[in-house]
Design a protein around this ligand. Structure first.
Ligand code: OOB
Length: 546
């Protein structure tokens, strides 16, 4: 018997909510495996997934996923077991992941950028039994990394490689279990996704078949996906945005075609848009800025693109207004979070709504509260804290009581940490964040996590990491460092040290500023949040530039 995915009773929706969401037809008792089976039965020969070297129909994808499911079970994995999936934007993502779903196994989606420290944390927190990787991608070899991870994670019994396996197991050669596939409960946790979060290490987000399928089925409708749509995944597919808003899963639900783009550079993406006649894709604001710049000079015909979705971080109205003139397509702003709630501007909204807001929620039963610091509702048009509850927003993180106590109210609302204004009609305008994380080009970095790594340096007495506005990235990270007595430190040394910590490269501070002390006006101890706010203000007052 495998241990349960979660023992936290808060993780499941209270009975009355589950009944409501089923009655309203949001939760339809469908699983990921059944979804793929249904599409393969309806249109077996239609192309489902394409990358540089593969073109697979729905029937082929299902056959490969069924074979993979047998392979996963053949390893001795049991329904409910967690498997870390670190696969970049390649077609092979789908047979591997749908194989896990069919076998009742639970993917834990890591980003290609994650390294030993992050993967070890996921392995421990999820109790993962296996890790699946590709051999190499974009010049990086994932096999030595997997060895390192395995060395520090005793429960991680298997590493499976798509491609040349090296010292690990070959995905294509896993022996079949030869048993029937299990029945999978649609109310069970289908996968765990990674939260950026403000405090400490990433939290794991448990999403059920029922709730997640609702979110991307409804998203596919809102984003106008049909069988003729061609969706390109330009951001790493492990992210909730390209996964489900409507993302690759919404596209497969709609019987559309998915194109896997290995990186979001304008050259790679435009080449694929032209070659595959892509109709819709989603990017973060810095990528949108690069694409708008590149569009004038590109040799590629990108006129098939009908919708460019932009989300993950604030897209300023001045940039938003340039999407249609430069790229010739409709902008859709997407404001979402891996914990659940996703807002979209609608494709037929007036231009000023598309440019000036971050959209409105997917579901009529998304409960959206905008509250002041004391928890009282604020009138429309004024900023407040965004809290939410609904048919696809989690009620708790996986195996993390402390984070749950902080992030959820007693009546099950998720405290998003975002400051928003609500406009009539439910449209939201994001104003900023209450918490301390850095939203660096859509990647969320916890200040606390980075500070903990900095403090591991012997030459550092204290450190505080803050976000600094950045014209391109939206925000960049700045580490204020007090050197230890007698230590002589330079910024490159601090950055090199951070690179030895086994972290995703995007977590290395963009800037390091040395200070003698953290000037504080308050007496005694002040909270880290206050300290960071003071440092940010001091930095901005001085008008420092990188
Ligand atoms: C998406 O998901 P996460 O989990 O990586 O990050 C969520 C946070 C939000 O709480 C907010 O702080 C920020 O990212 N955010 C935005 C935004 N979209 C996300 N801030 C301003 N404007 C936007 N449009 O980032 C995500 C998940 C699903 C769909 C889209 C984005």
């Amino acid at each position: 018997m495998s241990d349960p995915v979660s023992s936290d009773p808060r993780q499941v929706w209270p009975q009355e909510f589950a009944a409501l969401y089923r009655d309203k037809g949001y939760w339809r008792g469908e699983t990921f495996g059944e979804m793929l089976r249904a599409r393969a039965a309806e249109h077996p020969d239609r192309l489902a997934v394409v990358d540089a070297t593969h073109r697979w129909s729905y029937a082929e994808l299902l056959a490969m996923a069924e074979r993979a499911a047998q392979g996963w079970m053949g390893l001795g994995l049991c329904p409910g077991d967690r498997v870390i999936v670190q696969i970049p934007n390649v077609a092979a993502f789908f047979p591997a992941v749908f194989g896990l779903f069919l076998a009742g196994l639970v993917p834990v989606y890591a980003l290609p950028a994650h390294r030993q420290t992050e993967l070890a944390h996921f392995a421990a927190r999820a109790g993962a039994k296996a890790l699946v990787i590709v051999d190499r991608h974009e010049g990086f070899d994932y096999r030595p990394l997997a060895l390192e991870v395995q060395a520090g994670a005793p429960g991680l019994a298997h590493v499976v490689v798509i491609g040349e396996p090296g010292p690990h197991l070959d995905f294509d050669a896993l022996p079949a279990a030869g048993r029937p596939l299990p029945q999978v409960d649609p109310a069970s946790v289908a996968f765990l996704q990674i939260s950026g979060g403000s405090t400490g290490l990433s939290k794991l987000i448990p999403r059920t078949h029922d709730d997640y399928i609702y979110s991307f089925r409804a998203s596919a409708g809102i984003c106008g996906l049909g069988p003729d749509s061609i969706y390109m995944a330009a951001l790493p597919v492990a992210h909730n945005f390209p996964m489900s808003s409507p993302g690759v899963m919404g596209a497969l639900y709609a019987g559309a075609r998915v194109v896997m783009c290995p990186n979001p550079s304008a050259d790679t993406a435009f080449r694929l848009i032209a070659a595959e006649r892509v109709t819709i894709t989603g990017v973060v604001p810095p990528v949108a800025l690069l694409w708008m710049q590149a569009a004038a000079k590109t040799p590629h015909d990108i006129s098939s693109l009908q919708v460019l979705q932009v989300g993950g971080a604030k897209f300023i109205p001045e940039a938003a207004a340039r999407v249609r003139p430069t790229l010739g397509c409709t902008l859709q702003q997407v404001f979402g979070m891996a914990e659940g709630l996703v807002n979209y501007t609608r494709l037929d909204d007036p231009e000023e709504t598309i440019i000036g807001t971050q959209g409105r929620a997917i579901s009529p039963d998304d409960e959206v509260l905008v509250l002041d610091d004391d928890g009282n509702p604020v009138p429309d048009g004024l900023p407040g804290h965004l809290l939410t509850r609904g048919p696809y927003t989690i009620r708790a993180y996986h195996n993390d009581p402390a984070a749950n106590a902080r992030s959820f109210t007693d009546d099950g609302f998720y405290r998003t940490g975002d400051i928003v204004k609500r406009l009539p009609g439910g449209y939201l305008v994001v104003q900023g964040r209450a918490g301390d994380h850095i939203n660096r080009a859509g990647e969320k970095i916890s200040a606390e996590e980075i500070e903990d790594h900095l403090l591991a340096h012997q030459g550092i007495f204290d450190a505080a990491v803050v976000s600094i506005p950045d014209a391109f990235l939206g925000e960049r990270s700045c580490a204020f460092v007090i050197p230890a007595a007698g230590a002589t430190l330079r910024a490159p040394e601090v950055k090199s040290f951070m690179r030895t910590r086994g972290l995703a490269e995007f977590k290395v501070p963009d800037q390091v500023v040395f200070v003698d002390e953290f000037q504080t006006t308050a007496v005694g101890k002040i909270s880290r949040n206050t300290l960071r706010a003071q440092l940010r203000a001091r930095f901005l007052d001085q008008g420092k530039t990188p």
